[in-house]
Design a protein around this ligand. Structure first.
Ligand SMILES: NC(=O)c1ccc[n+]([C@@H]2O[C@H](COP(=O)([O-])OP(=O)(O)OC[C@H]3O[C@@H](n4cnc5c(N)ncnc54)[C@H](O)[C@@H]3O)[C@@H](O)[C@H]2O)c1
Length: 349
């Protein structure tokens, strides 16, 4: 049995908790949040009696085997490092992994040093629509992969890192040679500030505790591979969230993105010469449970995890590269030698 501890007990922590509930090898034993109200609400909902207002105390007292870090990105590195030092076998940190590359390195190094498996919560890789699309691409259903278009209504770091992650997944996690990007620095119009990290938007103009741009457009060139096109925020076609079009020499795939009541999910494939789309059936999957099952396989059998800390770092490297390219007015090559967050630097100047 894996004893699970939570750091941060807000919205996404609930999705994690429902995921663990589907994995019989896991039991949530403790939770920590700086807000007493938040940790109590979470504890009541999921039957967790060991509640703390300090994650350091929770880690010291409970020594959980698996730790879910569900705080905002500026509060990801310290709890992850502390969980690794406290001997956690597995750490599931929410995305985006961190705001800067040195912070991501610090997290990966701490996990390596203590033998912890660190993963970053880009759970959509386990959603049936993207998992099936990846299998189709790998099996050659569209021939040679030429272009991946990602449409994401949201900002680069909060939502765009999911789109970048899926683009990399569809491209077989090929390395990226360069990124050419533009960002729209106008602030997004937010009408409902009560949810998803906009809580103090009017005071801080930040989301999840960091500055965001209103839109971005980027080319992402995979080495010896396809060209990715990323559209976020103001630059995104109004067609949904995490929606993809994959073009190959012998066909194309379209993925609906997250379903809404008016736009149900779908995955469809058109092969060269075929008259019509093949609609592909999508089995229901709880991606939050699947990322945990895969974490256990990594802990027990050393199976590489699709959401490794290195992969989480690669996602923020591309997001940072888009911003850096815009500020430099240049195409930037990877690996990227940028130690800070370009929007935070821009705000300070
Ligand atoms: N994977 C996904 O699809 C997905 C979806 C939504 C959000 N997220 C990510 O999850 C993270 C959290 O988002 P959320 O919407 O749950 O935020 P939230 O505001 O609902 O919850 C965050 C919680 O962390 C607590 N917290 C802050 N500092 C703390 C500390 N030092 N110790 C303990 N608790 C602390 C806050 O009090 C709050 O209760 C963000 O990084 C966000 O990008 C991921």
């Amino acid at each position: 049995m894996y004893r699970v501890g939570f750091i941060g007990c807000g919205g996404i922590a609930r999705a994690h908790a429902k995921g663990y509930a589907e994995v019989p090898e896991c039991q949530i034993v403790a939770a920590a949040d700086i807000s007493r109200e938040a940790v109590d609400g979470f504890g009541e909902q999921f039957g967790v009696s060991r509640r703390f207002t300090s994650y350091e105390e929770m880690l010291a007292a409970e020594k959980p085997d698996i730790v879910s870090v569900c705080t905002w990105p500026p509060q990801h590195p310290d709890p992850v490092v502390a969980a690794a030092r406290a001997g956690a076998k597995g750490i599931l940190c929410e995305k985006p992994m961190a705001l800067t590359l040195p912070e991501a390195d610090r997290m990966n190094e701490a996990a390596r040093a203590s033998g912890s498996i660190l993963i970053v919560g880009h759970q959509r890789r386990f959603d049936s629509r993207y998992a099936l699309a990846r299998t189709l691409v790998a099996d050659g259903a569209v021939g040679t992969l030429e272009e991946i278009l990602a449409i994401c209504n949201g900002d680069l770091f909060s939502d765009g890192t999911h789109a970048i992650d899926l683009m990399r997944f569809l491209a077989g996690d090929a390395p990226v040679s360069w990124v050419f990007g533009q960002i729209d620095l106008r602030q997004p119009t937010v009408t409902n500030t009560a949810h998803v990290g906009y809580q103090r938007w009017h005071e801080t103009a930040t989301r999840y505790g960091h500055p965001i741009e209103g839109g971005s457009l980027a080319q992402v060139q995979f080495t010896d591979g396809p060209r990715g096109i990323l559209e976020t925020g103001f630059a995104a076609r109004p067609q949904g969230y995490q929606r993809f079009r994959v073009l190959g020499s012998e066909g194309r795939i379209e993925i609906s993105g997250d379903p809404t009541p008016r736009a149900p999910q779908f995955l469809r494939l058109r092969r060269r010469g075929a008259g019509d789309w093949e609609e592909i059936e999508l089995p229901p999957v709880n991606a939050f449970a699947e990322e945990v099952r895969a974490l256990i396989a990594s802990i027990e059998r050393g199976v590489p995890h699709l959401l490794s800390g290195e992969s989480g770092r690669a996602n923020i490297e591309i997001a940072i590269a888009v911003m850096e390219s815009a500020f430099r007015h240049e195409r930037v090559t990877l690996p990227l030698d940028v130690a800070d967050h370009p929007l935070i630097r821009h705000q300070a100047t």
